[in-house]
Design a protein around this ligand. Structure first.
Ligand code: ADQ
Length: 414
């Protein structure tokens, strides 16, 4: 039982997210907007708060300003009961060097653990979309007697080189027998040769075991000081690593469809696909589960408005998410997710598009299969996603499937 044990949360939020460029040109991956009004980190933090954690730190490093601002403005827990989520920048506490990996980020912040004196530490990544009750994983960790427990989910074998791959002990199924970080020659599961059991990058540790592991790792010159690559294998070598199967996690209000949904949105394509899911009639990920809310910034904005323009042309939206503060006037929006304060003017046609905050789309403009970063302005009659050669010539990022990404603040001319 968790009773009486003090739990502390560490959110690893220092990653660059290179594969999401240009969306990460100016911000850390966990600060990338998602689903209109959220930032990616809101999913991890909502899960931790809903799991009753009350003391957490967010370790940042790469381009952390936007992330720091979001965490400090949005994630203010009441100070009563000593609740807090603090964003902690890299501070070179152990000499003149930045974090060399996620385990080094923890090593350089051990003072936080020593001050908080928890019994158990939950360490999670900050860039996945999912719902998870960590209280259930903590209970499984305590019951199993493992010193470190890794959350795991089945993934297609073709993706094994993006994940830590777990082999479960045949005798005691909650133990990890072997672990390989991002293997190039993965072996499928005995009951499903086309799948592997992947680490979700979420861990539960006994505090003293975690401290010992990162301190021991610091002295290994061959280490990359990475949680997946170095710390998990450290526990596996000692036969102290447990595995927690995410499919056993039962989040209040979840349905058969969205149970155990976990999505890496680390590439432009997967980021876009996750948005397409949100706006489908029966999305796998249900933002509207009120029993396990996903919290986000308080926008303090007027409601979204969809109206005829002055000449009487209809404003229409189909299969779309429209965030607060947006106005669609005499324009058509279809299968799109619009962030706060999007303005779309007469005759514009927006299809299969994800727009971040404060995007302006002028009269007669056309946008198709695009991601528009914050403050993008599409000028009257301009086009995006219609003529690939033109989009490429204008320096936009174009993915293999033809998605066009327009970077922050860019003005697109006709
Ligand atoms: P990756 O996601 O490739 O694999 P990593 O790049 O270390 O690993 O990112 C993990 C988390 O740590 C992210 O939230 C990232 O923002 C953060 N992070 C990275 N470097 C950091 C640093 N220097 N300081 C602070 N935070 C940092 C990991 C595991 C795999 C697992 C996948 C699941 O290593 O075993 O399968 O996550 O996606």
């Amino acid at each position: 039982m968790r009773a009486g044990r003090k739990i502390f949360g560490v959110v690893l939020a220092g990653g660059e997210g290179k594969r999401l460029m240009p969306l990460t040109a100016d911000r850390a991956k966990p600060a990338v907007p998602f689903g209109g009004q959220y930032r990616l980190i809101d999913f991890a933090l909502s899960n931790l708060v809903n799991s009753d954690l009350r003391q957490m730190v967010v370790l940042t490093q790469y381009k952390s300003h936007s992330l720091d601002r979001h965490v400090s403005q949005t994630w203010r827990l009441p100070q009563l009961l000593n609740s807090y989520i603090s964003s902690v920048p890299a501070q070179q506490r152990l000499g003149k060097r930045w974090f060399s990996g996620s385990a080094d980020a923890i090593l350089q912040n051990l003072n936080l653990l020593r001050d908080a004196k928890p019994d158990i530490v939950v360490v999670v990544g900050a860039d996945h979309v999912y719902r998870m009750d960590f209280a259930q994983m903590i209970e499984a960790h305590i019951e199993s007697g493992a010193r470190a427990t890794v959350a795991a989910i089945r993934q297609p074998i073709g993706l094994a080189n993006q994940f830590g791959v777990i082999e479960v002990d045949e005798q005691s199924r909650d133990k990890i027998a072997a672990f390989r970080e991002k293997p190039l020659d993965p072996v499928g599961l005995p009951d499903a040769p086309h799948e592997v059991l992947a680490s979700m990058g979420n861990y539960v540790f006994d505090v003293d075991a975690l401290i010992e592991a990162v301190e021991t790792d610091a002295d290994r010159p061959e280490s990359n000081h990475d949680m997946g690559g170095d710390i998990v294998p450290y526990f596996v070598d000692r036969n102290e690593a447990g595995v927690y199967d995410f499919k056993d996690n039962d989040v209040p209000g979840s349905t058969e469809r969205d149970r155990a949904y976990w999505r890496d949105v680390g590439t432009i394509e997967s980021f876009f696909e996750a948005h397409q899911d949100l706006i489908s009639a029966l999305p796998v990920f249900n933002l509207y589960n009120r029993e396990w809310p996903i919290y986000s910034q308080e926008l303090n904005s007027p409601p979204a408005k969809i109206v005829r323009d002055a000449r009487g042309s209809l404003g229409t939206t189909i299969d779309s998410i429209i965030s607060l503060g947006s106005v669609i006037s005499g324009a058509h929006v279809e299968r799109s997710v619009l962030g706060p304060w999007t303005l779309i003017d007469s005759g514009a046609n927006i299809t299969d598009t994800v727009a971040f905050d404060r995007v302006e789309i002028g009269p007669g403009a056309q946008v198709r299969r695009a991601i528009l970063d914050k403050d993008v302005v599409i000028e009257p009659n301009a086009q995006v996603g219609i003529d690939p050669a033109r989009d490429r010539a204008r320096g936009f990022t174009i993915t293999e499937s033809g998605l066009v990404v327009v970077g922050k603040g860019v003005h697109v001319h006709p």
